[in-house]
Design a protein around this ligand. Sequence first.
Ligand code: WT7
Length: 650
Amino acid sequence: MSETLENLSSETRQFPPPADLAANANVKADAYEEAAADRLAFWAKQAERLAWAKPWDQILDWSNPPFAKWFVGGELNIAYNCVDRHVEAGNGDKVAIHWEGEPGDTRTVTYSDLLKLVSQAANTLTDLGVTAGDRVMIYMPMIPEAAVAMLACARIGATHSVVFGGFSVDALATRIDDADAKVVITADGGYRRGKPSALKPTVDEAVARTGRIEHVLVVRRTGQEVEWTDKDKWWHETVEQASPTHEAQAFDSEHPLFILYTSGTTGKPKGILHTTGGYLTQTSYTHHAVFDLKADTDVYWCTADIGWVTGHSYIVYGPLSNGATQVMYEGTPDTPDRGRFWQIVDKYKVSILYTAPTLIRTMMKWGDDIPAKYDLSSLRVLGSVGEPINPEAWIWYREHVGRERTPIVDTWWQTETGAIMISPLPGVTAAKPGSAMTALPGIGADVIDDQAQSVPNGGGGFLVLTEPWPSMLRTIWGDDQRFIDTYWSRFDGYYFAGDGAKKDADGALWLLGRVDDVMLVSGHNISTTEVESALVSHPSVAEAAVVGATDPTTGQAIVAFTIPRGNVDTAGDAGEALIKDLRNHVAKTLGPIAKPRQIMLVAELPKTRSGKIMRRLLRDVAENRSLGDVTTLQDSTVMDLISSGLKTAK
Ligand code: WT7
């Protein structure tokens, strides 16, 4: 039995770039040829977009795989590249961050302001005894100080480790210990869903538990009551009083920049280590190429949180290295109402928007009339990241947000890859809804079968990266062996991403979710993503999650959890009729082998805090087991809701 995926769906719609965008694009089709002719020379040219204090001697040292060194011998300072050089070039008055607090308060941070703040924070960290190579934890709301804290660490060569502000004491303490950090930068709290949400108590408990932390630097954001210990220092009494000048020193290209923990599905979180020169080269280039950023005219907005890699690479390092003007928003998309995102786009005339499929599907569920109320004519490029985007969500995004004009870039990458790897180029690619299309110039990707053979067009299998890339993770912090075992052992010489993928008839790549989520039905490998997309293509469905449940006849059987759209009647017989209709719809779209055994209509789906569906919990429901660990759920009441309100049919 082959482990290769079936290629079920066929999407034929295709959207070429608008002519004016194509004509003026930062990156054109020749980039692919240039990179194919000499991949290392191509990346060296992209590295030259940055300011280096000392040039490199060697572009890539791959003599000890999988441990890569990029731009060997080169030296640079990341904060200098993201801030000082724009001020030196006369752009000090340019807005770096239009910050919008959830309650509606705003701040405008220019590149000169940023230089002052980052310099002050660098001086304060130095006063607190932080030196190059030390680790600093950052546990912050989405306020400009979060970016300042990261850049200040980078400026003095301290390695930052940002922990998402929604994570627990336990998660924070474990990461402090694993990184062996000595300082935490935090805030009293931040605003979420209309209320101050405390952060400091979590830090207090985590710090008390680990005993490693010497100082805690606290930004006052909400003004809420906080307990105070002798380790604590207010940001406004230290950073804001510090000298605003700081001479940035250059660091080695391979100097550790940050550790970011990914939870994965099992085991202890992995501390993904990224370094300096290669990381900044690829985040900067991909931000320029994939979003077509025009620094003088665009207003860019990435809706991610700084606690995820998307926030690191496409709020802080990519955009700021390119001198972008961007929006940063503190809160949730439905505060004070469900139009908040579109109101922000309208207010700041956002031209490039980068968000996640989970948000797009939520907006679909909330209704077309909401975005319709706002002027979204400033938008010219839309991006998606985090999960496969279903074709119907893609089309909705283009129609109701992009108003049929804007290209959509579906960007595939991972915490481990550091930067975008597979994506359309907005001025080049005729994109297909639901496909991340092709590897970017300078990137090697392929789909292989279980024998490590490249599959032909039309085939499916495992996504691998075939060449080292500048922003690749360098190791798992403190665990080289786990780095080798996790990513480099399954297929000799290839980086195994853990995702299933297929190539369509034209060779375009379709991501099919984590291989752990692939279902084996009567000997056929079927992707959860394809069945979900088929369900979402039905006019009555807003969202769907599909799992394989043990089945006595077929090995595994397809079980779907489906959220109907707001206006759909599901009471009594209408619900039964809808379920029948949906099963037939999937069979018609993908073939009888993909017909779900069971469809359940639900009001919500269990998601992680970064918006990914937790299929593991749905499998527990589908197999009538007691639920596994629910601590990483965004909303822990969701599972009760699902278990109690099930409407199922066989
Ligand atoms: C996994 C990595 C990359 C930043 C956010 C997530 C999935 C990500 C896509 C996409 C299909 C995608 C993959 C990948 N994924 N982007 N455009 N199409 N799948 O980072 O938490 O490290 O997760 O997210 O499964 O392996 P992450």
